[in-house]
Each structure stands twice: as structure tokens, then as C-alpha cells.
Design a protein around this ligand. Sequence first.
Ligand code: SF4
Length: 317
Amino acid sequence: MLATPLRLGISRCLLGEEVRYDGGHKRDQFLTDVLGRYVEWVPVCPEVEAGLGTPREAMRLVGNPHRPKLVTIISKQDHTDVMEMTIEHRLDALNKLNISGFVFKRGSPSCGLARVRVYTTQGMPSHIGSGMFAHAFGRQFPLIPVEEEGRLSDPSLRENFIERVFAYRRFQDLIQNGITKQTLIRFHTIHKYLLLAHSQQHYGAMGRLVGQAERYGLTTWALKYGEHFMKALSLKATVRKHVNVLHHIVGHFKALLRPQEKVELLEVINDYHRGLTPLIVPLTLVKHYAQVFDVEYIRDQIYLNPHPKELMLRNHA
Ligand code: SF4
């Protein structure tokens, strides 16, 4: 249970608000009805906040792909300056709100995270890039997890995003509660198996970093750790990596299992490996044994409970 609400930024039209250029919205049911039960949304519509009105003429990115202009398609009005000013103020305000993630509307020249078309001044598509607001957001808050609503319909991308959001929030809490060498070591310890499910290499590098507090000074050290932490979690947790982690965990209480229990547990892990059952099945059994045998080191692992179970994120095969 979190002490304060988990706050996520969101492109305003995804909440069903009629702020799009055509006066419509793009309500996303998963975000409003499911994820919305666990988070406090911070809605942002950079185009409306820039005073461009609704409805308004559609815009697109034009010119230099590294620094495109935001220009209306028919009348060719350049709204780049007003958008840049609005975005700067909005990012300052978001900084104070302590958000733990952001869900962007795909394809928008303001909010699209990637694959947004950039056109030549003659109107030909020339490159792909990010919307103006999404790009500035990523530069200002490189560690904050971000995703587009369209990609969240893919179960593994959805799980990865939500896992990163909750992980980032735990890291924010760690920093805000006044980080010490001991609290970071504890943080690293309870995230061991979650990190190993994403990247053994990052987990090793982070372990070395945890031992180097004196070399960097506390703040730099913690921020370096945060960079590695978020980078590791953005890497895909594959079935093979989960199977490795499950076997490691089982190693902590294998000797305490009766022969039949051991066979059943290994069979369930094997079924997951072969794609016959979702991850939740071996995990539930592993959690059960960690409780029964009171294996504290395993019981405390975030890997077993990285986000609310009601989100049913590990239920896909
Ligand atoms: S995509 Fe962004 S700028 Fe466009 S309507 Fe939605 S929130 Fe506003």
C-alpha cells in the first residue's frame, strides 16, 4: 500500500475529454476503467494549454527532423514558439507533482512518443520522430517510464510499463525518505530477482555500484543507481529469464520440499517454460512455499509482488 497516490501524467484526450483537433477524444478503456483505479491521473493537453482552441486546424511536424516546427497543414501557421513556451511551463509544473510515469497519445505531433511523421516544407514525409511535448518530456525526465496507449494493448508491453511505474515510484520513495547506504543496499537486495528477470548484466553492474558509495558521494551514487535500475527494467523479461529466476528461488527451499512437492513444482515451471501455463501459476506456488517455509529473503522479494495482483498482468501465457 502506497502512502500517497501513485500519480501518472496522461495525454488528456485518452481520458475521454474532447480536446482533440477535431473536437473528439480517444478514451482508452483500460486506462480509465482498470489502471485508473490505482493511479491519480495528471491530464495534459499541450495544444489546448497553448491556447490553440478546440476544434482547431490539424498540425504536423515540418522541416529539420532534429528540431522540427509545428505547423498547421492547410494554412501553414507556425505554432512552434507558443508550444515551446507552453511545454517549458508545463514541464516545470509536472516536476513539482512527482509523477511516476506518463502515457502519451500515439501519432500526435505533440504527444506521440515515436514514429511520428516529419514532413518536408514541400509536404512530403521525410523522417519519423517524436511529438514536440513527448520529446521535451523525455529530455527533462529521462528516468520516468513512458509509453503510448496503443502499445499498452500488448500484454507484455503493458506489464513492462506498469512494472516500471511501480518500480520508479519505489525509487522515488527511497530518495525522498532520505537515502543512506543501508537503505540502498536493502532496496537492491529486495529487487534482486526482479532485476535478474530483466538483465543479469545490469544486476551485476549495480551490485558493484552499490559497493562504491564513497567513490561518488551519496546523491550522485543514488542517481547512478537509478539510471541502471530503470534501464535494466526497460529490457524485456523473457520466459527463459523468468525460468532461471524461478529455479534460483526454488533453490532456497528445495531441500525442505517433499519429493512429490518438488516434482510438482518443477513440472509447473516446466509447463510455463513450454508456454502451457502463464507465469502466475509457478509464481503462486513459489509464493506459497516461501510463506509455508517462512523464507524471509524470498518472501520480501519484489519479484513476487511487483504491482497490484488485481491488474492480472502475469496471467498471459
Ligand atoms: S494528443 Fe495530446 S495534444 Fe492532441 S488532443 Fe490529445 S492530449 Fe491534446
